[in-house]
Each structure stands twice: as structure tokens, then as C-alpha cells.
Design a protein around this ligand. Structure first.
Ligand code: 8YV
Length: 328
């Protein structure tokens, strides 16, 4: 009998996903709460043909050179900015991600964060819990209108479009967007969204939602200069990736009320959060939970597992990122 391939699950996942993988592989799991250092990750990858990663593990040329038996890295995330994909392709290592299964859930959260930020939900809750609510007044925590206001979306992939549909059809919001490429007229009609250039997006949006992938090109796509173009009444929501926003510049803009408020689910250098963001009141902060419902996280984990099984057992991964490797 052929020896079964060995794989590593680099971050704790649900038991049924481990069971599924154990039917095909020798599986090394990572205890809950443990995050391997890059050196430990390399050590644990020795002799492994595959690894399930969660987006926090950097897969680059140095790691690939140190792990010559590695054939596939299956990311439990739609974003894969932790992959140096050209280096993986050069090393003949397949990368897979976990798209689609999280689209609607993540769009729900984008809207939740927009609502919480515009309507000052967490700021007012902190006030109440601190026993500061002594009397009702007309302008107590008066926020920004959501329905009917203009929603700007930077990055118009699957999640951006799902947010646009919610905004246009559910909340009667005019939706403007900017993206590397303009959507087809059919897709624009489905989410009632209008393409504008980035400057117009910044200037017209009452609420600006970021849903673009992180890359060198999108690093600090929103910095001091971009914040200065936004309305002083505007809100900014980031559910994309840390590093797309210059967090220090944002904290300064929030403190000086150059924009009204922000809602952030992702941070530069997370899980660390820029200390200035922790002291400004007009920001809603959540710990990278946009896709976090049990059903969706389970579907993402199963898709990552199915990619490992599909590739290492059947030669057919479900969602390959560099399928050129399959031809090799
Ligand atoms: C993941 C995400 O849960 O899919 C992504 O790109 O940011 C989240 O949905 C997170 O990256 C952990 O893998």
C-alpha cells in the first residue's frame, strides 16, 4: 500500500474538517490558540506535501526553498496576500483560496459595520455602560443617515457587488464605485452601481467602504491625502485588509474630525492595533470577523480541505490560484 501523504493544519480548525482530512492523510494539527513562528512553521512543514493556512502564514521563496516536499498551500481565506504566488509557481507549488462561500456573509458584516459606525452603536453603548446616561436629549448620539445617502465602494469584486445590492435594493442608496476594471453593464444594473474615478469616489461618498485586495499597489490606498478629499461628515469602513488604510493618518483624521467616523475590521500589523485608534471615540473596532459565522467559517474550512484532497488525492483542486502548476 502506498504511504499516505502528510499534511499540516497550521491553525486549529473544526474537528469534522480534521476528521475529513484524516481519511486521506497523515495529519499534524495545531493546538487551538497556537500561532507558529515562521521558523517553527518551516520545521513542522518538513516532509509535508500540503498545508492548510489561514491567511496569517507568509508563504515565500525562503519557506518554499526550506520545504522542498511541499506541493500545495490551501488558504482558508479568499484573500491570499500572504502568498508570494510567483514564487510558488516557480517552485511548482499550488496555491488555493476559499472564494464564494463567504461572499454574502462578509457583505452582511460590511453593512453591519457601516450601520454601527454611522449610527454610533458602540460609542453610545460604552456611554450607557459607563453610567453616563442621565437624560434623553434631541441630539444624543445623533449620527449620519444611511438610507438614501451615497455609498462609495472601492474594489468591486464579488463582495463589493453583494454590498452594493444590499445598499441599492434595501436602503435606496445611490451606489458609486471605483475598481481596476469597470463592471459589465449587466453587472452594474444588477447592483445599480455607477463607475467613477477615485477622486470622485472620495469626494462624493457619504460612506466609503473598502473591499479591495491588498497588494503593493493598494498599500495605503487611503492615506492622509485621500482622507483630506473626503467629506467631513463621511464614514470610512475597512473590511478588506490592513495596510490598505494608513492607520496613523486615519486616527489623526478621526481625532481632528476631518471625517466623522470609521469602522475597521482589519488593521496594519494585526492583531496589534495602532494605539491611537484605541483612544479615539469615533471608531468601531472588530477583530477580523467579517466572515465569522459558524456556517461560513465551516464552509471555508471544508473548501480548503477539499482543495487538499482534490489536488493530492484526485489531481483536481477546486479553486486553484496558479493552475499553470497543474500542467507541469
Ligand atoms: C478570513 C478573510 O476569515 O477570507 C479572507 O480573506 O479575510 C477572512 O474571511 C481570514 O483571513 C482568516 O483566514
Amino acid at each position: 500500500m502506498n504511504q499516505r501523504p502528510s499534511i499540516l493544519i497550521a491553525r486549529a480548525v473544526f474537528p469534522d474538517v480534521v476528521d475529513k482530512l484524516q481519511q486521506h492523510f497523515e495529519v499534524e494539527t495545531t493546538p487551538a490558540g497556537v500561532v507558529w513562528s515562521p521558523a517553527e512553521l518551516v520545521q513542522r512543514l518538513q516532509g509535508k506535501a500540503g498545508v492548510l493556512t489561514t491567511g496569517g502564514e507568509r508563504i515565500d521563496a525562503a519557506l518554499l526553498a526550506a520545504c522542498p516536499q511541499l506541493k500545495i498551500v490551501a488558504n482558508l481565506a479568499v484573500g491570499y496576500n500572504n502568498f508570494d504566488l510567483p514564487a510558488m509557481t516557480a517552485a511548482g507549488v499550488l496555491g488555493t483560496n476559499a472564494p464564494d462561500v463567504l461572499t454574502e456573509t462578509t457583505a452582511d458584516f460590511g453593512f453591519a459595520l457601516l450601520m454601527a459606525t454611522a449610527r454610533r452603536v458602540t460609542e453610545s453603548e460604552r456611554f450607557l455602560r459607563a453610567g453616563q446616561w442621565k437624560e434623553w436629549s434631541l441630539d444624543l448620539f445623533a449620527g449620519a443617515e444611511v438610507h438614501g445617502s451615497t455609498l462609495g465602494i472601492l474594489g468591486m469584486g464579488r463582495i463589493g457587488q453583494a454590498i452594493a445590492r444590499r445598499a441599492a435594493h434595501g436602503f435606496g442608496m445611490p451606489v458609486i464605485y471605483h475598481n481596476r476594471s469597470k463592471l459589465s453593464p449587466e453587472r452594474e444594473a444588477a447592483c445599480k452601481a455607477t463607475y467613477v474615478d477615485k477622486a470622485e469616489l472620495l469626494q462624493r461618498a457619504d460612506h466609503l467602504l473598502l473591499v479591495l485586495p491588498y497588494s503593493a499597489a493598494s498599500h495605503h490606498a487611503i492615506g492622509a491625502a485621500e482622507l483630506a478629499q473626503m467629506k467631513p461628515t463621511a464614514t470610512l469602513i475597512n473590511i478588506a485588509r490592513g495596510g490598505i488604510v494608513d492607520d496613523a493618518a486615519l486616527a489623526a483624521a478621526l481625532r481632528e474630525r476631518r471625517i466623522a467616523a470609521a469602522g475597521l475590521d482589519v488593521f496594519e500589523g494585526e492583531p496589534s492595533v495602532h494605539p491611537d485608534l484605541l483612544t479615539v471615540p469615533n471608531v468601531v473596532l472588530t477583530p477580523h470577523i467579517a466572515s465569522a459565522t459558524l456556517a461560513t467559517r465551516s464552509a471555508m474550512a471544508h473548501l480548503a480541505a477539499d482543495n487538499l484532497i482534490g489536488f493530492l488525492v484526485e489531481g483536481r483542486p477546486v479553486t486553484p490560484l496558479n493552475p499553470v502548476v497543474l500542467a507541469g
